[in-house]
Design a protein around this ligand. Structure first.
Ligand code: G4P
Length: 190
């Protein structure tokens, strides 16, 4: 998606060879015009899909997912990251680990929000692909189906996109970053 790539080129900062800082427009300060364009782009891609609900994971996925939800006229369920296991049948949980942040958490939501639903997952970054697989495991527990995955920024120098594609997931990424060079402050796209 050209508009997102242009914004990353203009305001994205390669902090390391692994991590790009997009806090000027995506996850700390949010550019609403870019978010609208992102939502419309997801809507154009998923317009003909048969699904019930959009799902995202807090927190940085929320902004793009809200705009996609509005453009597709479908509800949005935000999966929470809970520090503790809940002894309550109202909730469904999936133990998860973030490679990027190095922390453990329980992906958590109320079962009845997603029970039996056909779901499209929208998220900001795709790195290792672990979030996607944990979301699918969570959905499976309530007989829900992961129909497709929409990602704003795939980091193709990390294995997530390739792993998910090879596993047969339907993955659409709006921008593919192939390399970050913090020395020259250059971000390369595929
Ligand atoms: P994975 O799903 O691809 O395996 O990713 P992993 O668990 O390793 O990490 C996902 C989290 O890391 C996400 O944050 C995502 O936004 C963040 N992340 C991954 N790569 C980058 C990057 O290059 N730049 C920035 N700024 N963030 C990155 P999260 O768990 O959703 O937490 P939150 O920050 O949204 O609250």
């Amino acid at each position: 998606m050209k508009e997102l790539e242009e914004k990353i080129k203009l305001l994205g900062i390669p902090r390391t060879t692994e991590i790009s800082d997009v806090s000027a427009f995506l996850n700390q300060q949010v550019d609403p015009h870019l978010m609208k364009a992102i939502g419309d782009d997801f809507a154009a891609h998923y317009n003909d899909y048969d699904f019930d609900t959009i799902v995202t994971v807090e927190s940085s996925g929320i902004a793009p997912a809200v705009f996609a939800s509005l453009a597709l006229d479908k509800p949005l369920v935000i999966l929470k990251k809970d520090e503790r296991e809940r002894d309550d049948a109202v909730f469904v949980q999936q133990p998860s680990y973030s490679f990027t942040k190095g922390n453990h958490y329980y992906l958590t939501t109320k079962s009845d929000l997603i029970q039996g639903k056909k779901v499209i997952l929208i998220d900001d970054f795709l790195a290792q692909g672990s979030v996607v697989m944990n979301v699918e495991a969570l959905l499976r527990k309530v007989d829900a189906e992961l129909v497709a995955i929409g990602i704003c920024i795939a980091k193709d120098y990390q294995p997530g996109f390739q792993i998910l594609s090879e596993k047969g997931y339907d993955v659409y990424c709006q921008a593919h970053i192939t390399k970050l060079d913090p020395e020259t402050q250059t971000i390369y796209f595929g």
